[in-house]
Design a protein around this ligand. Structure first.
Ligand SMILES: [Zn+2]
Length: 280
C-alpha cells in the first residue's frame, strides 16, 4: 500500500476528501507521527479530520485537495530519500508533515495582494505581512487549543512542543510566494549547508515544502493541466495552455535547487523533465 501511495504518479482528483483524509492518516503511519507525538490513533485521525473540515470547499484551488497534494509531494520526497529520513529528527519530520497539511488552512481564496488591496480584516489583523500564511498558522494552533480531542501536541514535553511549533511557523511562513526568490538565494549562497545544524535543516525543510507547494508539476499532464486551470480560475486569470514562463522561471530553478541540495530525490522529477522537455 505504502509503496503504491507515495509515487509522483498519484492523482489526487481520483479521490474524495474523505478518502484523502484516510490516506493522510496512512501517511502519518509511514512516518510514525503518532509514535513521535505519543498519541493514539484516534487523536491522529481526529486531528486530520478537523483539519480537513476547516479547508473551504468552495475555493477552486486552495482547498483540501491542494493541501493533500502538497502533503503527498512532501511525503514522497521524504520517503524517497534515506538521507532526509536519517537527518531530520522524528519531531522535525512530524513538523514538516503537519506544516504541509495545514499550510493553507482556511485559505479564503485569491492571494495576499488581493487581501492587502481590499484592506480585508485579515490584512488588518496581520498588518499586510504574509497575511494568509499567518492566518493559516494561527488557525492551526487555535484548532488544537480549542479541541482537546484533536490536540496532537498535548502528550509531548513542553520543550518538544515549542520546537515543533517553531518549525511549523517557520515552514508555513516560508511558503509565502513573495519570499520564494529570497529563500532560494539564501540557500544558494550558503556554501556550507550542513544537516548537523538545526537552522540549516530548517532551511532545507522550507525548500522542500516550497517545492511540494508546486509539487503538482511532477504529476502527469492531466493533473498538471487541472491544477493550472484551477489556479487561473481562483485568481481570475485567463488560462493559457501555451504560457510556460512560470514553469521555466519559477518551477525549474526551484526544482533544480532541491535536486542539488538533496540529489537522492532526482527520480521524483523525471516526469517533469519529460513533460516540459526541460533538464534539471
Ligand atoms: Zn499552497
Amino acid at each position: 500500500m505504502t509503496n503504491n501511495l507515495l509515487k509522483t504518479s498519484f492523482n489526487v482528483f481520483e479521490y474524495s476528501d474523505e478518502q484523502l483524509e484516510e490516506m493522510a492518516f496512512q501517511i502519518f503511519e509511514v512516518f510514525n507521527v503518532c509514535e513521535t507525538l505519543k498519541i493514539n490513533k484516534e487523536k491522529g485521525t481526529k486531528f486530520i479530520q478537523e483539519i480537513r473540515k476547516q479547508y473551504l470547499t468552495t475555493i477552486p484551488y486552495h482547498n483540501f485537495s491542494h493541501a493533500f497534494e502538497v502533503f503527498h509531494s512532501l511525503s514522497t520526497f521524504l520517503y524517497t530519500s534515506d538521507q532526509l529520513k536519517k537527518d531530520f529528527t522524528s519531531e522535525e519530520q512530524a513538523a514538516l508533515l503537519i506544516a504541509a497539511l495545514c499550510h493553507d488552512l482556511k485559505h479564503p481564496g485569491g492571494n495576499n495582494q488581493k487581501q492587502i488591496e481590499q484592506e480585508s480584516d485579515l490584512a488588518l489583523i496581520y498588518n499586510d505581512q504574509s497575511v494568509i500564511e499567518n492566518y493559516s498558522i494561527s488557525q492551526t494552533f487555535l484548532l488544537v487549543k480549542k479541541n482537546e480531542e484533536a490536540n496532537i501536541f498535548s502528550e509531548i514535553a513542553k520543550q518538544k512542543q515549542k520546537k515543533i511549533r517553531k518549525w511549523i511557523i517557520q515552514l508555513i511562513l516560508a511558503t509565502d510566494p513573495e519570499f520564494h526568490n529570497e529563500q532560494l538565494q539564501k540557500i544558494r549562497k550558503n556554501k556550507s549547508l550542513s544537516f548537523e545544524e538545526e537552522s540549516h535543516r530548517l532551511q532545507v525543510g522550507a525548500l522542500i515544502l516550497l517545492a511540494s507547494d508546486l509539487g503538482y508539476y511532477t504529476r502527469n499532464q492531466n493533473v498538471i493541466t487541472k491544477w493550472r486551470q484551477k489556479i487561473c480560475e481562483e485568481l481570475g486569470f485567463e488560462y493559457n495552455e501555451k504560457d510556460l514562463s512560470f514553469v521555466k522561471f519559477s518551477v525549474l530553478p526551484l526544482y533544480q535547487l532541491v535536486v542539488k541540495t538533496v540529489p537522492e530525490i532526482r527520480t521524483c522529477f523525471q516526469s517533469f523533465e519529460q513533460t516540459f522537455k526541460l533538464k534539471i
